[in-house]
Write a protein that binds this ligand. Structure first.
Ligand code: 3PG
Length: 305
């Protein structure tokens, strides 16, 4: 079987080596399309492949139409909002993700960004510390749990809200389970977003929600840009000079946010999962899932069931 790795933002070389070893070790063939800049390159590369591994690369209906032989697509990572699941199902393509494989990397970046923020982006002026601050984690999945673990090491108070995770599971992890998203924003100094982009969450982080943060509040987004209501957040930042917005996913209105100097920061490219360890974990998991699918039909991580 021919397996394509299509990554506009490439994996670390060690991850590519590991994927190659897995795929070829199972008697399959690996082809690479890295750092592509045009969709046409992707459309051409998918024409004759049986399987593909992607990251945030868009697998929309056009890509799935072009991939005539495709049987399985694996998103090496957690969020699969970049795959048109209806189109995959219509083409009888199994879509999978690799949950948990890159969550520590994203969680560590949260703290890299937070220290940078509370120390005034290292501008030389006295900043503040994370110890004793209250951190609110919105969604207690694999990333949220790792964020909680690290926050405790910093001596932070940690609270979480997750519409789908029972309070006793959150409390069992030594984290205070608040009763609502509003309560999380009202009671925490910093709120870290770990929600997926779904019809329910898209644009849900709006003026009313963020305005509940106490004075000096920080909103940090390492999830998806789509969950932010950008016009409303821009309006709020203009009105409240005490708030800061930090993101690992450049907003569409980046230039407008950038006007809030000292209160806004965006990484140039999504960096959360961009570590050798996360690439190796997620990439090799994806390769193994493809091998298992071709060997015995295993679809354990299918997301378009
Ligand atoms: C994920 O959903 O796994 C993360 O957002 C990582 O995305 P990336 O592979 O594009 O860095």
């Amino acid at each position: 079987m021919k397996v394509l790795v299509a990554t506009e933002k490439p994996f670390a070389a060690a991850a590519v080596d590991g994927i190659k070893k897995e795929i070829e070790g199972a008697g399959n063939e690996l082809v690479l399309l890295e750092k592509y800049t045009e969709k046409a390159q992707l459309l051409d590369a998918v024409k004759d492949v049986d399987a593909m591994i992607i990251r945030s690369d868009k697998a929309d209906a056009e890509v799935l139409d072009a991939a005539k032989n495709l049987k399985i697509i694996v998103r090496a990572g957690a969020g699969y909002d970049n795959i048109d699941l209806a189109a995959a199902t219509a083409h009888n393509v199994v879509a999978e993700n690799t949950p948990g494989q890159n969550s520590n990397a994203v969680a560590e970046l949260v703290f890299g960004l937070l220290v940078f923020t509370v120390r005034n982006f290292y501008n030389g002026k006295a900043g503040s510390e994370l110890k004793g601050k209250k951190l609110g984690i919105l969604a207690f999945g694999n990333v949220g749990r790792n964020v909680a673990r690290i926050a405790k090491g910093f001596g932070m108070e940690v609270a979480a809200y997750d519409a789908f995770c029972p309070a006793d599971v959150i409390e069992a992890a030594g984290v205070h389970a608040v009763k609502s998203q509003d309560e999380l924003f009202q009671t925490c100094d910093i709120v870290s977003l770990h929600i997926p982009a779904t019809p329910e969450t898209i644009k849900s982080i709006d003026y009313k929600t963020v305005n509940q943060l106490p004075k000096g509040g920080i909103l940090i987004n390492t999830a998806r840009k789509e969950v932010i209501n950008e016009p409303e957040l821009l309006k709020l930042l203009a009105e409240r000079e005490d708030l800061k917005f930090i993101t690992d996913i450049k907003p569409d209105a980046d230039a407008d946010f950038a006007k809030f100097e000292g209160r806004y920061f965006s990484t140039p490219k999504k960096m959360g999962a961009q570590t050798a360890e996360a690439n190796i974990n997620a990439g090799i998991a994806a390769a193994k899932q493809i091998n298992a699918f071709f060997a015995d039909g295993c679809t354990k991580y299918q997301v378009n069931k």
